[in-house]
Design a binder for this molecule. Structure first.
Ligand code: GLU
Length: 400
């Protein structure tokens, strides 16, 4: 870092979100008329279900929605989130334990801000979502990576976590289903990890944004459901973006002990205040209305999951375990590196992603965005036809 940076050291040290960056690059190429197929951003291709959009329309006719509302969120929405948390995470919370945020991303950011003092360590199971280490560092914390590869289904063990624990460890980050790998911890694995965290007096930040997107009869068990003793030291992060195809509405939330949520509320009251009231009204409809559209989307993701994994495993040098959740396939591409394709010899997944984009017009996010090199992430939240076509292009390129 140069001393003469015009930016603060903190901001100069962070990079642009790699997922958003690759997505923007793919969209720019598409806008130029290039036939790019993008597996970059984790964003459902479906429209938000009609009854949710209708609720927003109705909200537009009510002038009280044009005013400031409580920074923590509308009371009816906090209640709906409390009910959802009891239903899906097995934790009976009061609305005072809920704060509504501008997407899951603000919930992640605020969770680290309210828990960390300078130098506090956060154990980050790796591969991790690209935003976590930056959000930890913005809160003056230290991310400590614990890596699990394809050979262990991208899931860390208690032994690995224990080996990473120091007397500065304050928080365990737990993400199941995982972005970027789609891995889902079993109830037994979740319990063992939760018990280890409780026994060592750690806090847990559990990102449950993909909790409703699981397949093969698997259910994502919340760490607080597996180990209720953690209720006093856990923050759950969640939102409607992925489950309800509502990425652009920007509605997320934190659930936690009342004193922690009060701290987050104080922060949010200076940062962003209430989130858009129209989006909050739509979210009430999402959480309390019919859930059939969610099931339809989940079934489509399930079909695409099986399709893409089958096709990815046909690419020479690619190895992709079957993910049980979210909408990502995380491919170990080590076997495809170091070979020459059209005069180019990629030795890292970053170089391979560049080659695939320039030669096959296919966008995927390289492993470097999520931890070590040697992997590519494919979001399969896109239509069946381009889904298969893009992977076939890669098969053709890497078979040459
Ligand atoms: N969370 C999604 C992803 O990982 C959306 C982009 C982002 O915010 O990172 O692709």
């Amino acid at each position: 870092m140069t001393n003469n940076s015009r930016l603060s050291k903190k901001i100069a040290a962070i990079a642009e979100s790699a997922t958003l960056k690759v997505d923007a690059k793919a969209k720019a190429l598409q806008a130029e008329g290039r036939p790019v197929i993008s597996y970059a951003a984790g964003e459902p291709d479906f429209a938000t279900p009609a009854h949710i959009v209708d609720a927003a329309r109705v909200a537009l006719d009510d002038p009280k929605n044009f005013r400031y509302t409580a920074a923590v969120g509308l009371p009816e929405l906090r209640e709906a989130i409390a009910a959802k948390t009891a239903r899906d995470s097995g934790w009976a919370v009061s609305p005072s334990q809920v704060i509504v945020t501008n997407g899951g991303k603000q919930a992640v950011y605020q969770s680290f801000q309210v828990l960390l003092d300078p130098g506090d360590e956060v154990i980050v199971p790796t591969p991790y979502w690209t935003t976590y280490p930056e959000a930890i560092q913005l809160a003056d914390g230290v991310p400590v990576e614990v890596f699990a590869g394809a050979d262990q289904g991208y899931k860390v063990t208690v032994e690995q976590l224990e080996a990473a624990r120091t007397d500065r460890t304050k928080v365990l980050l737990f993400v199941s289903p995982s972005n970027p790998t789609g891995a889902v911890y079993s109830p037994e694995e979740t319990k063992a990890i939760g018990e280890w965290a409780a026994a060592n007096g750690l806090w847990v930040i559990s990102d449950e944004i993909y909790q409703n997107l699981t397949y093969d009869g698997v259910r994502a068990t919340s760490i607080v459901e597996a180990v209720p003793e953690l209720q006093d030291r856990t923050i759950l992060v969640n939102g409607v973006a992925k489950t309800y195809a509502m990425t652009g509405w920007r509605v997320g939330w934190m659930v936690g002990p009342a004193d922690i949520i009060k701290g987050a509320a104080n922060l949010q009251s200076h940062l962003s205040s209430n989130i858009n009231n129209i989006a909050q009204r739509a979210t009430i409809a999402a959480l309390t209305g019919p859930q059939e559209p969610v099931e339809e989307m989940r079934l489509a993701f399930d079909r695409r999951r099986r399709l893409i994994v089958e096709e990815l495993n046909k690419v020479p040098g690619f190895e992709c375990p079957v993910p049980e959740g979210a909408f990502y396939a995380y491919v170990d591409v080590a076997g495809a590196l170091g070979k020459t394709y059209r005069g180019v010899t990629p030795t890292t997944s970053l170089e391979l992603a560049d080659l695939i984009l320039s030669e096959a017009e296919v966008a995927a996010v390289p492993g470097e965005a999520f931890g070590p090199s040697g992997y590519l992430r494919f979001s399969y939240a896109l239509g069946d036809e381009p889904l298969v076509e893009g992977i076939r292009r890669i098969q053709a390129l890497l078979s040459e």
